[in-house]
Design a protein. Structure first.
Lengths: 115, 115
């Protein structure tokens, strides 16, 4: 079975500093995709970044990067130069072949950025 | 390009009543998904449409839930009769293709409260 684990219910970071949000996953699929979504207080789910299991390089999108360690089955999100607007809930998610096309989500990490 | 839209944004109903949620996917996206997050739990998959056909409805909790996607455009999710445990946020997502590498774009969600 596929599973996503986010062990940090809440995180604090000082504005302008970097922060790492942890995500580990479990799957027996040979191929899968890993995603991070941001959910601000307004409620919408915003896609941030994607990492394919066969991608050789870690994904980056602006201030977001994904620290992908396949052997450890981890896909941590790194946010550089945190901004107040980064305060939100962050979900790690995955999709794989045996799971069909459904996305499996972790419990989420709430990030608080301090001024 | 317009994103995924959902209506209503909030709904408060009494136990035993009926509620219908609507989702308009991104234009041209054949794949439409419904997810739900009940209080304190992970976001869970409900079902997946490819055009007007139900591809996977393994996540539907029971027969009080009925989803339709007539004409392969917008979708509705009806809960009849609603129970207290149905309270939560219902998300709709869409994607152009079905590959697990495809990003699913989420709508803002409908917050359902059953009293």
């Amino acid at each position: 079975a596929q599973k996503i684990t986010q062990t940090q219910p809440g995180m604090f970071v000082q504005e302008k500093e970097a922060v790492t949000l942890d995500c580990t996953y479990d799957t027996s699929d040979p191929s899968y995709g890993l995603f991070w979504y941001k959910q601000p207080s307004s409620g919408e789910m915003i896609f941030l970044i994607y990492q394919g299991s066969y991608d050789q390089q870690n994904a980056t999108e602006g201030r977001y990067s994904l620290n992908f360690q396949k052997a450890r089955k981890s896909a941590n999100l790194v946010i550089s130069a945190s901004q107040l607007g980064d305060s939100a809930m962050y979900f790690c998610a995955m999709r794989g072949m045996t799971g069909g096309f459904k996305t499996i989500f972790g419990a989420g990490t709430r990030l608080f950025v301090k001024a | 390009e317009a994103g995924v839209t959902q209506f209503p944004s909030h709904s408060v109903i009494e136990k035993g009543q009926t509620v219908t949620l609507r989702c308009d996917p991104i234009s041209g996206h054949d794949n439409l998904y419904w997810y739900r997050r009940v209080m304190g739990k992970e976001i869970k998959f409900l079902l997946h449409f490819v055009k007007e056909s139900k591809q996977d409805e393994s996540g539907m909790p029971n027969n009080r839930f009925l989803a339709e996607r007539t004409g392969g455009t917008y979708s509705t999710l009806k809960v009849q009769p609603a129970e207290l445990e149905d309270s939560g946020v219902y998300f709709c997502a869409s994607s152009p293709d079905r590959a697990f590498t495809d990003t699913q774009y989420f709508g803002p969600g409908t917050r359902l409260t059953v009293l």
